[in-house]
Design a protein around this ligand. Structure first.
Ligand code: MRU
Length: 347
């Protein structure tokens, strides 16, 4: 699969992001030049998807380093610390954000002996390494996950866990791209994924661009199609996996998992190890982001609810581990009991 767009790119000493708010109408790339601009890009979902957020935040720190006027290490470290805080405050659920920031902070602390220009270059290299590693990690997830899919299957996915959500070819969609590359004939059903429409706008856009057959369905159609025998597997990504294997992902994933269980359809989660949070014991401990209510009350500037009506808009839900058939990481395929399998990964 040759990806013909870059979700995140460092070019001419600037960070470029494809603007995911306006896809599929327009394919536009915007450069972000300050920490506050990068924080805005994450919060406003110019860039979204857990691994992509982690990579972008790392470049945010490289920008903070580049622009720091500090002349001594302690002041420089403070500049990096406050940039980390600003970026960390953008979105609470995806643990890859913290993972990327922690990695940048660790490099800053481990290289105190360097002159500041050298340390700045080292931090930029770390951000680029995180991006390059994400590409390689996606490939490994794809290779492992592709073994779970058979030719002529129809696979349901929810949200977008593809190239637009990572620096590479994706996690859940990476599994599908790798299966297609291996010669399997895979048809994809993309849940539209209200309210932000990551499935309808983004998953359909990138699968189309890569000529993988895709049909979009509204979120309430999956049960009907499963009952008719039209879906053979579900593959989704994740924003955070707790130490017990509970999976936080885009709102609506839990519904899909219950439906899959009821119809005896395998429900797979594809995610890098950086999405697993060994410090969060249980899915109930994962913070769930509440997004602006206008995402629910309006549909592309058109009001769809009475003025002033109250709504809920949690951006994620948690699927309990007993509904998960397997978790696919770059290190292989994990099966229940997930607590043990995850503990082994981190020991
Ligand atoms: O709110 P978003 O669009 O950032 O949510 C994205 C998801 O829920 C993805 O499924 C998840 O981050 C995995 S992306 C490889």
């Amino acid at each position: 699969m040759s990806l013909n767009f870059n979700t995140i790119e460092w070019k001419d000493n600037q960070l470029y992001l494809i603007d995911q708010r306006i896809l599929p109408q327009r394919e536009e790339y915007i450069s972000f030049n300050t920490v506050s601009e990068v924080a805005f890009a994450i919060k406003d979902m110019v860039v979204r998807g857990a691994p992509a957020i982690g990579v972008t935040a790392a470049f945010g720190i490289a920008i903070a380093a580049r622009d720091s006027a500090a002349t001594d290490y302690e002041t420089f470290k403070q500049d990096i610390g406050s940039a980390c805080e600003e970026l960390f405050a953008t979105r609470p659920t995806a643990i890859n954000l913290k993972w990327g920031l922690d990695r940048m902070k660790a490099v800053c602390e481990a290289n105190q002996e360097l002159l500041l220009p050298e340390l700045k270059a080292r931090l930029l290299k770390e951000a680029q390494d995180i991006l390059d590693e994400d590409i390689a990690t996606n490939r490994q997830i794809g290779a492992h996950g592709a073994t779970l899919l058979e030719s002529n299957q129809t696979v349901l996915t929810h949200c977008n866990a593809g190239a637009l959500a990572t620096a590479g070819h994706g996690t859940a969609l990476g599994v599908i791209y790798s299966a297609v590359e291996a010669g399997k004939n895979i048809n994809v059903l993309a849940d539209e994924t209200r309210p932000f429409l990551q499935g309808a706008r983004l998953t359909a856009w990138e699968l189309n661009k890569n000529e993988v057959p895709v049909k979009v369905i509204t979120d309430n159609m999956a049960g009907h199609l499963m009952k008719l025998g039209k879906i053979q597997a579900v593959v989704v990504g994740s924003d955070r996996i707790a130490a017990n294997g509970d999976v936080a992902n885009k709102i609506g994933t839990y519904n899909v998992a219950i439906l899959a269980k009821a119809h005896n359809i395998p429900f797979y989660v594809a995610a890098p190890v950086s999405t697993i949070d060994p410090e969060t014991a249980h899915g109930d401990d994962i913070p769930i982001e509440e997004r602006p209510h206008e995402e629910v009350t309006n549909f592309f500037q058109q009001a769809t609810t009475p003025k002033g009506v109250a709504v809920h808009n949690p951006a994620f839900d948690v699927t309990p581990n007993n509904l998960v058939s397997a978790i696919i990481t770059e290190r292989g395929i994990m099966r229940a009991p997930y607590g043990e399998a995850i503990a082994k990964l981190f020991n």
